[in-house]
Every structure is written in structure tokens, then in C-alpha cells.
Design a protein around this ligand. Sequence first.
Ligand SMILES: [Zn+2]
Ligand SMILES: [Zn+2]
Ligand SMILES: [Zn+2]
Ligand SMILES: [Zn+2]
Length: 385
Amino acid sequence: MPALGEFSKLEKLFEDELLRREGPFKPGERCRDCLQGSAVSRCTDCFGRQGFCDACIVQAHKALPFHRIQKWNGLFFERVTLTKLGAILAFCQCCGSNCNRRKITVVHTNGLHEVEIGLCAGASASPHFIQLLQHDMFPATIKSPVTAVTFDCLRDFHQHSLCSKRSAYDYVTKLARSTDNVVPMSTRDRYREFMFCARLWRRLQLSKRSGQAHRLEDVIPPECKSVLLDSGPICSRCPACPLPGGIYADPSYRCFSSHLSTMLLGGDGNFHLQLKDKRRQDEERSLLDGQGFFPRRDSFDEYIGLTSDTNERHESCSGEPSGMVFRGGRDQGMSVSGIYGCSCVRHSIFLPGGLVDLQKGERCVLRLIHTLYDNPNGQSVGMQM
Ligand SMILES: [Zn+2]
Ligand SMILES: [Zn+2]
Ligand SMILES: [Zn+2]
Ligand SMILES: [Zn+2]
């Protein structure tokens, strides 16, 4: 490991090299490609930061449309877009100059880009939003999209949110700063559009990775179908635990040891994961209603509506905070006072539909567990809690 004292002696050299990057090209420096035009522009994303003339840097970035270009204006390197230098991102070769040109704001991992796109206007051309999808860009609207987020950016944000817990707001703020760190407010706010695309992206990834996009239920062997839910599941039941149906539905099946046909369930709650009762827009409804780990919203609301409030005791000798949270309830402006989840004890796999928002204490949890393995044929496996 290099010593800090060694760095301190050479600090000035490090500083000089960083400052050198900010300076102009050498006097008389020629374009790296054509060797004729003056070197005036450079790319901060390409390796080497060599100088190009405008025509050559546009040509060199035909397949790299979201690289950031800087041009020397006599005083400093000024950020310019490839579109300003004359680049058009053509989606097809058939239309030529007849293509449908449109300026689109593209959100990419290194910032926002104003790009002029040549959309195919041929007789067999797909709708604009499909053409964007075919070129790895997610349109923020279906009709006449003017904003798109690249697949790379959506993938990057998805990993950030899973690994570093970064919020979409922070991520978009960072993108605005990457676009213009001097006056970030000059960058157009694309938070709403980004959120729309990111939500749909996660939904589509779930569908793809769970096999539903490939119609998993059509290809899975019949004896394994009990692990799937009936309503297009995104998650599956624990494949190792005994489930109703299958061999347990066979009258000739005899089990000599009850634990072999017993599912052991465990549950735990988080009473700090609360949701404030804020006014929500229609777009904020779930895209996975009943297909994931939470039950269907309408049936759950129906059940909650049937239950009556109880006079829970405020004092608790165990110090369990759930009663305290519930006691505040809606008076404190919370619509969810916590969550409760069920998993199989042997393998720690959460049950599909096995998580609930706590709204009326813990009674709804017990009801949930009983309904999860309600077998209409009356042939249920044993369950211990
Ligand atoms: Zn050149
Ligand atoms: Zn480049
Ligand atoms: Zn075309
Ligand atoms: Zn299990």
C-alpha cells in the first residue's frame, strides 16, 4: 500500500496532470482521424481524450450516441451535444432524408441528452414507441414520446436501488448534476418520466425472470405445477415443502411419519415499516396485484372492512411496539402501521401472498395464514405454527 507521505511529496505533480486535462490542444494540433482539420473537439467518455475535427467526431460516434463531447471555445472546453455538431441518430436506412425527425430527451447513465432521432417513416414502420424499444430506449409515453430512458440506465438504477438503496429522486438528481454540474437547475426535470419507466422496467424484469414472459405454466411438468400460483405468479411456493395436491391428494399415499407431510410455517413482523396516509395518484396503484408476496388489494380491503376495531390494551409487559403503533393509527396519519410476513421455517422462503400491511393490529395476520393453505378439496397438509 503506498504511503501517504510519498503522495504528499508528489502532490503537485498529480495536480498538474489533472489541470493539464482542462487546457487547450497543442497549437496546430490536427484531427486524430483525418489529420487535416484542426483538433477542436474531444470526447470525455472515449479513452484518451484525443482531439478531433467536428466531422470526424460525429463520424466516430455513430454507434456511441450518448458520449459527452466538449469543444474548445478559445477559453475553456464547452460541453456540446452531438446533435449540435450535426449528428442524427437514424433508426433505419430505408428512409434517408424522408425519415421522421424528432428531438427526444434521452436519459442515460451519464446524464440527459437532447438527441435528434430519425424515426422510420416507411410503410411498414412500427409505432414510434416500438422503434424506441427496438433501439434499447424505454419511452416515457406511448403517444408521441419526447422522453426515453435507455435500458442501460434503467438496469443501472435497478442495481443501485438493490445494492446501495439509492432512491429514484437521488439518482435523477445525480444525472442532472452529470449533465451540468455548474447550473444543475438548467437541466430539464425528468423525475416523473424516469419513475414511470423505472416502475414498468421492474415489472417487466419480474415477468421475464420468473418465466411468466415465456408462459412458464405451459412448459412446467404437471407434477411440479403445485409450486405455481393460479393467477400468473411472479413468485412460486417453496418447491421443497409439502403442498396440498400432488402425491398428498392420492388416496393410496400413506405417510408413516407425520413430519414428512407437515409444513412448518413461521412469521415475523416489522412494526417500524409504516406508510403515511398521503393522497396518492391513480398511477401509484400496484402493478402486481396479487401476483407477488402481497395479497390482492381488493380482497384484502374487503377482509379488513369486515373486521371490527378492538380495544387493544395500550400497556404491554413485553414492550412490543405494535399495539403502540396501532393505537396512534390514522390519528397519526398512517395508513399502514407495519408489515407481517410468513415463510416456511425449513427453507426460509416467503409464501406467495404471505405478506400483509398491518392496519388493524395482528388479527389479520392469523386470518391470512389460514387462507393461504385453504384447500378446496379438504385435503390439506398439516401446518404447525
Ligand atoms: Zn477530422
Ligand atoms: Zn466517445
Ligand atoms: Zn425507414
Ligand atoms: Zn420450504
